[in-house]
Design a protein around this ligand. Structure first.
Ligand SMILES: NC(=O)c1ccc[n+]([C@@H]2O[C@H](COP(=O)([O-])OP(=O)(O)OC[C@H]3O[C@@H](n4cnc5c(N)ncnc54)[C@H](OP(=O)(O)O)[C@@H]3O)[C@@H](O)[C@H]2O)c1
Length: 325
């Protein structure tokens, strides 16, 4: 099979496509012939040597894919050879073949072409599990998502808006702010020159946000707690602004607030499987009927994997960047 390998940790130039032995599915796994994979921010960290794969996962980068089932491991009865699917992976996506536990495989939503389906597993599972399964966002709630123009942000805005929440978001350019509004954000805030705490508080009559989905970590911890409404939930999924910060417990206690941090990749197969099943039940119908659309900036051949990483690092992409082997 063709797969992206690395000469050693470093920049995008360390990524090359080489031939590796074909894969064989183990018990409970399926083999997928990959139509497309997507670049995630975690992939950039793995490339730099800061985010090693969890034990047992492939060394090949790549957390999601779409493709066609090519073989079934022992005991798999839920899928058939030839079915078109997408899948949440612990690794191995930047390749022409992957093996994955059958319960992390999902059908391609109706009306979505096979390549575009690769844009969905990571954002759908991350947003659904954190914003809804963990933080319990509901109709009429105030939701703030940082980085609204990114892969996670473009999906979170749409899903929260369709749920009937009031959606606030931050982004770094006028183009991205406009796209966020088109996707359903009531208010899009330029994080370079506006204070998101003041904007959200003013627009909600001083109440603040019931749920915040945060990609910045340390840099925004204090202001994210400031912006929380009483009984608000801050869910941190990224550390783009560092890992250590001071938390004012008295302020959190007075609000009866919660600060939660989660990672999807390192969850056991059972945890990922529960999330995938819940996504298929609750989120896929909204993709099937066109209420939520995958946002894709670029589709590049796998040989241009370095350019795909450069594009994400440049900050010029909106939504997802896909690679086709
Ligand atoms: N824990 C998990 O399980 C999990 C799963 C998936 C993703 N993640 C994390 O979630 C985050 C988003 O992922 P992604 O795939 O959407 O990445 P992405 O497409 O690369 O988006 C990154 C976003 O960060 C935004 N950003 C940069 N500086 C910012 C600032 N000061 N304030 C607010 N936003 C800022 C960017 O906004 P502009 O381009 O507008 O500047 C961009 O929208 C990443 O940190 C990723 O590692 C975590």
């Amino acid at each position: 099979m063709r797969a992206v390998t690395q000469s050693g940790p470093g920049g995008p130039e360390t990524l090359t496509v080489t031939e590796l032995p074909d894969l064989v599915p183990g018990p409970g796994e399926v083999l997928i012939h990959v139509a497309a994979t997507a670049v995630n921010r975690a992939d950039l960290l793995q490339r730099q040597g800061f985010y090693p794969p969890p034990p047992g996962a492939s060394d090949v980068i790549g957390l999601e894919c779409s493709g066609t089932i090519a073989a079934l491991g022992d005991g798999v009865e839920t899928w058939s050879v030839g079915e078109q699917v997408c899948a949440l992976l612990a690794g191995g996506g930047y390749a022409s073949q992957v093996v994955v536990p059958a319960a992390q495989v999902m059908p391609v939503p109706e009306g979505i072409d096979l390549v575009t389906a690769a844009a969905l597993p990571e954002v759908a599972c991350t947003v659904w599990s954190n914003v809804f399964m963990v933080a319990g966002l509901g109709p009429g709630d105030v939701f703030l998502v940082h980085g609204g123009g990114g892969g996670i942000g473009t999906f979170a805005i749409q899903l929260a808006a369709k749920t009937g929440a009031r959606v606030f978001t931050t982004a770094g350019s006028e183009e991205k702010l406009a796209r966020c509004r088109e996707l359903g954000a009531e208010v899009a805030i330029n994080y370079h020159d506006e204070d998101f705490v003041a904007v959200v508080k003013e627009a909600t009559g001083g109440r603040g946000a019931d749920v915040v989905l945060d990609n910045m970590g340390a840099k925004y911890l204090g202001r994210n707690v400031d912006v929380l409404a009483d009984e608000g939930r801050l869910v941190i999924i990224g550390m783009q602004g560092g890992v250590k910060a001071e938390l004012n417990i008295a302020q959190l206690l007075a609000k009866r607030g919660a600060v939660i941090a989660t990672a999807l990749r390192s969850r056991p197969v059972e945890g990922k499987s529960r999330i995938c099943a819940s996504v298929v039940e609750h989120v896929w119908p909204l993709v099937d009927d066109g209420s939520i659309v995958p946002v894709v900036s670029a589709v590049l051949p796998l040989d241009r994997v370095g350019d795909a990483h450069r594009l994400i690092e440049s900050g010029d992409s909106v939504g997802k960047v896909l690679l086709t082997p």
